[in-house]
Design a protein around this ligand. Sequence first.
Ligand SMILES: [Cu+2]
Length: 340
Amino acid sequence: MDRRSFLKTGGAGLAGLAITSCGSSGGGGMGRGGVSLQPSLNTGVFTRPFFTPPELLGTVDVNTGRSVFNLTMQTGTQQFTGSGVTNTMGINGNFLAPTLRVKQGDALNLNVSNQIGQETTLHWHGMRPPSDMDGGPHQAIAPNTTWNAAYTVNQRASTNWYHPHPHGATAPQVYAGLAGMIIVDDAETQALSLPKTYGSDDFPVIVQDRDMNADGTFTYSASQMEIIQGKKGNTMLVNGVIDPVLDVPAKEVRFRLLNGSNSRIYTFQFGGGITFKQIATEQGLLPAPVNLTSITMSPGERAEIVVDFTALQGQGILFQDVASGTSLFKANVVGKYDYL
Ligand SMILES: [Cu+2]
């Protein structure tokens, strides 16, 4: 039985999910039922610009032929909403991480500098490196040292992600902001007429929840019950932003969905019940697109969808989580040619 059918047949509580999602190990959270003491800071009004994490393409080392990526895990601060400033962690930035863009067959050389002041690792979730390059708990990176992961991309085009996976501290480090997307390309997908211009008609959508205080700050805390049940937050962020708005062209647009939350399960849909196509799971492209009006995703899971906005020019389309009744971002459909 695969993970998806296991979940659908029921009996899989949040404790079960903590096992299936490596991002959840370490647990922690909201307590039974995930009821927050604070109301959500999602307002249903979308004014902040949608943030598309920058792409990192790597630099080819002429001597080795390897694609070199320099990644610095660091501490920082971020103001999400309100007056508060949150202490965060990020990679090459204050919160979240650049999108790593690699191709099937690339020989990678990933230099990971740990500047977060505590032991960590960096795990390539969905990638298929040898076990000693996987970034699991056994490849601990001591503070102020650099770990080199070298491996060849030997998998189909797919959407993956990377995050710390240290023993006992995965949840708080991911929660603080250490997470990013990895996009694998291959000749098959390059040849298809799919939307594929990053930040133009092909967008990462990293959905995470945080238990926010009224001033827009958060800190990680976890009771024993929360560690078992999983951490849920009251407020949803998309690529690290609360209530963002995104201009999209009046054409087919691809969204690479990642549930980067510690334990929350989402059921995504577009306002008005617009039909969209799922084109890929976390294993890569499906044999054929599947028409859907909603998609349920567990922590750590990725999916690629394509929405046709051609007939929706001038409209604002909400992207929503049915499970929590939260609108996550708004897509303003602008002219196909005005946009470009
Ligand atoms: Cu993971």
